[in-house]
Design a protein around this ligand. Structure first.
Ligand code: ADP
Ligand code: MG
Length: 329
């Protein structure tokens, strides 16, 4: 039968994103543990119904590289999405707890994300749009799966106070408001892999404010007419909420804009970028990450081509024991 709010009992909070919160819940009638995401909505009821219909597509996703869905329902004024619970959490949490991820495991992340992207693109004709460590999940079976993919155009347009896909993982063409495709997900994968292998986000924001040398909070980027001279090149959606918020200005906004401009203007980051990292990673890993971070979209390879790269093939044939590693964390 359909999922009902009354049948779900909260067990723990798993995390807060900018679109809502995620709870570990038990579906009492069946005893199944699920992750329930509550998305704060900013849409008309008719739009919400459309979103629900689109979310049912996720129901038809059947891949070991994609977090499966149990269904979704409306809980005014929110939408609740129930998905497979991944007991080791997301890779941002994992590296923040244990530090840089061993390169063999990073290779497994790359291989599994590529497989997931190929599946979404070939079978469902969708691009993910939000590849980042917090949307790559691990369970104690050693399985690595993608969640939060851009299945619903309506959902993307109506999530309150946020813009899905406007993030520091965005490719240069997306920052510039251009057409984007599955190759844009590949850029985000490249940034993600460097972040996991180094145990920190690869871009710096130069600012005296300590908070800013870590990853900037994109909520601060909400349209600021004064600082956003480059508004036309940035293609930032403006919701009524962001208008309200834009009156509160902070230094952070300018710094984040500078970061986005840096991504567009400067050479792409690399896995081995300084002398102190020399020899730390296999050459094939450097080669792969370089291929992900080709700045020109038209020169970047799609996921299926990247699966054939030496680093990925070696990782998949070397028998990396993901289950053993997952159990150790
Ligand atoms: P974000 O992805 O931006 O961090 P989300 O609201 O999508 O924000 O998710 C918040 C957190 O909830 C994630 O960082 C992740 O650690 C956790 N989470 C999300 N989905 C699941 C899931 N299916 N199983 C376990 N943890 C999850
Ligand atoms: Mg997420």
């Amino acid at each position: 039968g359909p999922l009902k709010q009354e049948d779900l009992e909260n067990l723990a909070e798993l995390g807060m994103g900018n679109g809502g919160s995620v709870m570990k819940v038990v579906h009492v009638p069946t005893g199944i543990i699920m992750a329930k995401k509550v998305v704060l909505m900013d849409a008309k009821p008719s739009v919400r119904k459309q979103i629900l219909r689109e979310l049912h597509i996720t129901h038809s996703c059947n891949s070991r590289y994609i977090v499966s869905s149990f269904g979704a329902y409306i809980l005014e004024p929110n939408i609740c999405i129930c998905m497979e619970y991944m007991d080791k959490g997301s890779f941002d949490g994992i590296y923040k707890r244990m530090g840089a991820i061993p390169i063999d495991m990073v290779g497994m992340v790359a291989a599994n994300v590529l497989e997931g992207l190929v599946y979404l693109y070939d079978v469902h004709h969708i691009i993910h749009r939000d590849i980042k460590p917090s949307n790559i999940l691990l369970n104690s079976e050693g399985e690595i799966k993608l969640c939060d993919f851009g299945v619903s155009g309506e959902l993307i347009n109506s999530i309150a106070n946020t813009f899905v896909g406007t993030s520091v993982y965005m490719s240069p063409e997306r920052i510039q408001g251009g057409q984007y495709s599955v190759e844009s997900d590949i850029w985000s994968l490249g940034i993600t892999l460097i972040e996991l292998a180094h145990g920190r986000f690869p871009f710096y924001v130069d600012d005296e404010d300590d908070e800013l040398s870590s990853k900037p909070n994109f909520d601060n980027l909400l349209g600021n007419p004064k600082h956003l001279e480059s508004r036309d090149t940035l293609a930032l959606p403006m919701s009524p909420a962001s208008h309200r918020r834009s009156r509160r200005r902070s230094k952070a906004e300018l710094s984040i804009l500078e970061l986005l401009q840096q991504i567009v203007r400067e050479p792409a980051p690399r896995l081995t970028s300084s002398e102190k990292d020399e020899g730390k990673f296999p050459r094939a890993a450097d080669e792969f990450v370089d291929a992900c971070l080709i700045k020109e979209q038209k020169d970047r390879r799609p996921p299926a081509d990247l699966l054939k790269y030496e680093w990925i093939e070696k990782t998949l044939t070397s028998g990396v024991d993901m289950k053993k590693w997952a159990e150790s964390i």
